[in-house]
Design a protein around this ligand. Structure first.
Ligand code: ADP
Length: 388
């Protein structure tokens, strides 16, 4: 079965083509700067290209994707299904679903909770359904994995009627990633997932930590929207809500301006004034930039704090797993986080942490808590869900 996976953002369209007979990745690419100018790149085995071209809209971008797909698809075969990454599935979708007009309308409605993501996800679905009208399209939601979070961990302390009326509750995100790395960690440990207590840390531009009990999400740091929790590249993470009132009043900000400030100008970027990119933050901190050091230290501290609280949630932990751009690539952040977990009997294998690459355990064989690095593969998870 050939599955095309699409991840449609506001100005980008990521695409992957999998042969699900053996889960081979046949094609990996991205159309960027849609609506601005246009950049299109892809790789397929040894083939590939990167070129500038006008991409006025998602329609045009998808046409380009189809052109490449036609070159790559083995003779006599065709795409059997399209899996779409959808950030928010609202209260209704605890599983991946076949996309109908009703599902698409729901995805558009849930823009209420993910205004920066769901509208572009829906746009991608519309365009792809138009171009592939005869094959199934599946929505795979970032929120679905977290439907197992118990009510007391998802409710916010506001009047219950308002929570009910507007669906205000913790939904959680990065579900495909947490599910993927949890399953891989079980394989690394050679133990069944259903026997494990895991804390998975997805630390990238967006960051979330998740408590995983027997393969099910019990709590996660992101909330109703992907703004809550650990500080991120440009997102503020958890705030005292009164800070919003103060800024609105003193800075004369309207709703749009405050949303923009908290989503795009805060986090590592807002604190450091240097960059949202963690590599640049680490470099600036090493060169003595105090605000960059502060941003770096807050991210490390936030991750540690959530891990600690989720160990309490799980009543213990068998393994802690790091993934995504920072989680996979920053040995220093991992070492700094783990340095404060020695009371658990956790022993980091310094060499595996710093010089190892790819998926691996980075704790010593005698460590009471295992530590793993697992590069995530959300696209493969979406393809698997699509097949299922
Ligand atoms: P996204 O959430 O957009 O998928 P990624 O998971 O790709 O983001 O993570 C991007 C982050 O990973 C950036 O902050 C980047 O600086 C960081 N990163 C990538 N490589 C390294 C590295 N070698 N050391 C430290 N941070 C890194």
């Amino acid at each position: 079965m050939l599955v095309l996976v699409l991840n449609s953002g506001s100005s980008s369209l990521k695409f992957n083509l999998f042969d699900m007979t053996d889960e081979t990745l046949l094609l990996d690419g991205m159309a960027e700067r849609i609506g601005v100018d246009g950049l299109f790149r892809w790789t397929a085995g040894k083939e590939g290209e990167s070129r500038e071209l006008p991409l006025p809209d998602h329609d045009t971008a998808l046409r380009e994707v189809l052109g490449v797909v036609a070159r790559i698809v083995p003779k006599g075969r065709h795409i059997n299904a399209v899996g779409h990454r959808v950030v928010h599935g609202g209260p209704k979708y605890g599983e991946s679903v076949l996309i109908t007009d009703e599902v698409l309308a729901d995805i558009e409605t849930y823009a209420l909770y993910a205004p920066l993501h769901n509208p572009s996800n829906a746009l991608g679905i519309r365009v792809a359904r138009h171009d592939f009208p005869d094959i199934p399209h599946i929505a795979v939601f970032d929120t679905a994995f977290h439907h197992s979070i118990p009510d007391y961990a998802r409710i916010y302390g506001i009047p219950f009627e308002l929570s009910q009326k507007y669906g205000i509750r913790r939904y959680g995100f990065h579900g495909s990633s947490h599910a993927f790395v949890a399953a891989r960690t079980a394989i690394l440990l050679a133990r069944p997932l259903r026997s494990l207590k895991l804390v998975t840390c997805h630390i990238g531009n967006g960051t979330s930590v998740c408590a995983v009990l027997q393969g099910h999400s019990m709590d996660t740091s992101m909330g109703m929207t992907p703004l809550q929790g650990v500080i991120m590249g440009t997102r503020c993470g958890t705030l005292d809500p009164s800070i919003v009132d103060l800024l609105i009043e003193k800075e004369h900000l309207d709703y749009r301006a405050i949303t923009d400030l908290l989503n795009k100008k805060s986090g590592l970027l807002g604190i450091s004034g240097v960059s949202s990119d963690f590599r640049e933050i680490e470099m600036a901190a090493d060169q003595g930039n105090a605000r960059a050091a502060l941003a770096r230290d807050l991210l490390t501290y936030d991750v540690r704090k959530f891990i600690g609280s989720y160990i309490a949630v799980l009543d213990g932990v068998d393994a802690i797993t790091f993934t995504a751009g920072i989680g996979t690539n920053s040995p220093r952040l991992r070492a700094e986080v783990c340095r404060h977990l020695t009371y658990l009997g956790l022993e980091l294998d310094e060499q595996a942490n710093t010089t190892g690459t790819g998926e691996r355990l980075i704790s010593t064989p005698t460590s009471k808590v295992a530590v793993a690095v697992v590069p995530t593969n959300e696209e493969l998870m979406i393809a698997r869900e699509t097949v299922k």
